[in-house]
Design a binder for this molecule. Sequence first.
Ligand SMILES: [Zn+2]
Ligand SMILES: [Zn+2]
Length: 331
Amino acid sequence: MSSVYGIVPQDNPGILQVRVPVPYPLQYVNAYLIQGDGGWTVMDPGIHSPEALELWEEVFRTTGIGFRQLERIVLTHHHPDHYGLAGFFQHKSGAPVFLSEWGRRQADDLWGNGDEAARRLWTLFRQHGMDAAMADAMLPHMAGFVELVSPRPETAPIRNSDLLQLGESLWEAVETGGHAAGHMSFYRKDTGEMFCGDAVLPRISPNIGYMPGVEEDPLASFLDGLRLLAEYAVDRAYPGHRDSFQGFAKRCGELIVHHDKRLSQMEERIGPGPCTAYECCTGLFGSRLTVHQFRFAMSETLAHLIHLERRGRIRREEQEGTVVFFRAKME
Ligand SMILES: [Zn+2]
Ligand SMILES: [Zn+2]
């Protein structure tokens, strides 16, 4: 297997970063193995694919760690690239799986309810001007995730501010939203270490997605989360993608600036209007995206437009069943 995957040792010898392959342009997700007195905690084991399993076999072979040494499985959030293997690992190890209540509910809704969630998204995207062929392609695409997250784990809840044992120490759970409702980061005060999942990523910007019936203004919640996380004294951050990094508060600030700029770009795209979210999306991200990328680009666009609307910078109208936006008149 290509050398990009596998174990990356950290300065803290009790933490192993494991790059697990994912079938997206992101290439890999970071799982972490955290050593404790009686065994290991695994965080975000990855997606349930043959490639990911093959990688884990190699990791277990080289480290001598096996399923029987896994004490607990902890999930930052419910996205398939982080959550997908948790049920399989639980089945093999008998270890408890910890996930926020929000995360569990969304996982159940997305992958335990037939195609209900996919149809809600289809309806939303169609209302916002997506053409029928693209919206139709979303349905089998969404259904394709079910096998990548099966079997689904039995989970124990993590609540905001809980002190959770990861390896040998206690880490404070810090809940933020926007990228995924109920996303948990984990902070260890005495060493200034933070597992931040996809709440803060170095060099790339976490996707902010609007999903009907979850958060009303996911971008507001994401930005609040960044301001909250920036308050923690962090020396070393372990993200869900890319490599561990320093300058955590600065990175939070950069992401806030990135979204400010994006909001202005979107506002400009809408212009005097009328302009649908889909037109705004293809105008900004282009139309040569895969179905997967389109779904993210469209959710990201909607999250920004909803935020602009709630700030009074744009307004919507419904025209023959399609939602169109206009720049709000300046007084
Ligand atoms: Zn994610
Ligand atoms: Zn991720």
